[in-house]
Design a protein around this ligand. Structure first.
Ligand SMILES: [Zn+2]
Length: 374
């Protein structure tokens, strides 16, 4: 069975479809929870699946350092290692080398760096990134690229983008022909329309199974990101999935889907679950706030997750304040459920050609704010 993408419905620029892989289908628009170190923190894999996730993201940078791709390969691959049999997308390592590692040195060949864990020296090249992602057994492999921090001047953005396009060609060559596995190219070019176009054309000339929008959500702000998303997805092939990397807050996700994005990932729902920040239909709730201490009502009456079905705000407030492990478990479960229900709602609205009305309801719910205190 080969990797394929079927677009089932469109409404305006919003799209819904199915990515088929030998490990199962991915319904789009899709949100991918992040399993950085071979775990979605505080969640069992079957619970992540129950929230509605069809695919997880794994981080090449973290896994190559610990426990190493070679060890995971010896133990049967990442799916078996972490007990998640459905599709996995891995990033290329490039972005996290830039954000986490010390003493980075960038050359045409690749990047050398020191591990943030033990200071050991490593190198990632496009060829090595493809090898690591193959050893992990990733279903969707990302090209090795460089993502410049914004703001940067036009010359620096152009040079970085062209280096990433040369690395994209090397990634394509090194990936080879692997039926059932997909390789995605990554468009770069910062906030510059002409560079985004040049990058898209370079990637299309090489030819990929899907196309990512890289270099966004790196501090430019939502308005600047949406400006790019107003045109950049249209530069990519209609018949392939489009993946916006590292996004985002619920309103970022809705705005990206409205502009033609099919896939996203972000640590926000899981990380926020551990810091007491909760996403609901009526906006963000901070569970550590004292107003919840005597509140017997659920976080979100309309939510199907165990935190909302079986526990009160008072209990969630108590276990968060007491730093009990169940607090991270329940709040992460809720946040991931909220994100997956958001995606399901958008998929249904697109299929029924009522995405604009759905988006108005989404915004109206958030504008209401949280329920009144007791
Ligand atoms: Zn819930």
């Amino acid at each position: 069975m080969r990797f394929s993408f079927d677009l089932n419905a469109t409404d305006g620029k919003a799209r819904s479809g199915i990515i088929s892989t030998p490990r199962g289908e991915i319904r789009t628009p899709a949100f991918m929870p992040v399993g950085t170190a071979a775990t979605v923190k505080a969640m069992m894999p079957h619970s992540v699946r129950e929230t509605g996730a069809d695919i997880l993201l794994g981080n090449t940078y973290h896994l190559m350092l610990r426990p190493t791709a070679e060890r995971i390969d010896r133990l049967g691959g990442l799916h078996k290692f972490m007990n998640w049999e459905r599709p996995i997308l891995t990033d290329s390592g490039g972005f996290q080398v830039m954000s986490l590692a010390a003493l980075r040195k960038l050359t045409e060949k690749g990047v050398t760096f020191k591990s943030h864990i033990d200071g050991s020296k490593h190198e990632i090249t496009p060829e090595r990134s493809m090898e690591i992602q193959r050893l992990l057994g990733s279903d969707i492999v990302m090209c090795f690229d460089e993502c410049p921090a914004l703001p940067a001047d036009r010359d620096a953005i152009a040079q970085s983008m062209r280096l990433s396009m040369r690395w994209a060609a090397r990634s394509r060559d090194a990936f080879g022909d692997r039926p059932g596995h997909a390789l995605f190219g990554i468009q770069q070019g910062g906030l510059e329309r002409d560079f985004r176009s040049e990058s898209a054309q370079a990637l299309i000339d090489i030819g990929f199974d899907g196309y990512a929008l890289g270099g966004l959500a790196v501090g430019e702000g939502q308005a600047a990101m949406f400006d790019v998303l107003d045109y950049a997805p249209d530069m990519l092939p209609q018949d392939k999935p489009r993946y916006l990397m590292g996004v985002g807050k619920p309103d970022d996700i809705v705005g990206a889907v409205a502009r033609g994005v099919d896939m996203m990932d972000c640590v926000l729902p899981s990380r926020s679950g551990r810091t007491g920040q909760v996403f609901t239909r009526r906006g963000v709730v901070n569970i550590k706030n004292a107003r919840h201490a005597d509140d017997p009502r659920p976080l979100d009456e309309g939510c199907r997750c165990p935190a909302c079905r079986s526990y009160s705000r008072a209990y969630l407030h108590h276990v968060f304040r007491s730093q009990e492990i169940i607090s991270s478990m329940l709040l992460t479960w809720h946040n991931l459920t909220y994100y997956q229900d958001l995606m399901a709602g958008m998929r249904e609205a697109i299929a029924q050609k009522r995405f604009a009305a759905w988006q108005s309801d989404f915004e109206a719910g958030r504008a209401q704010g949280d329920i009144e205190p007791m």
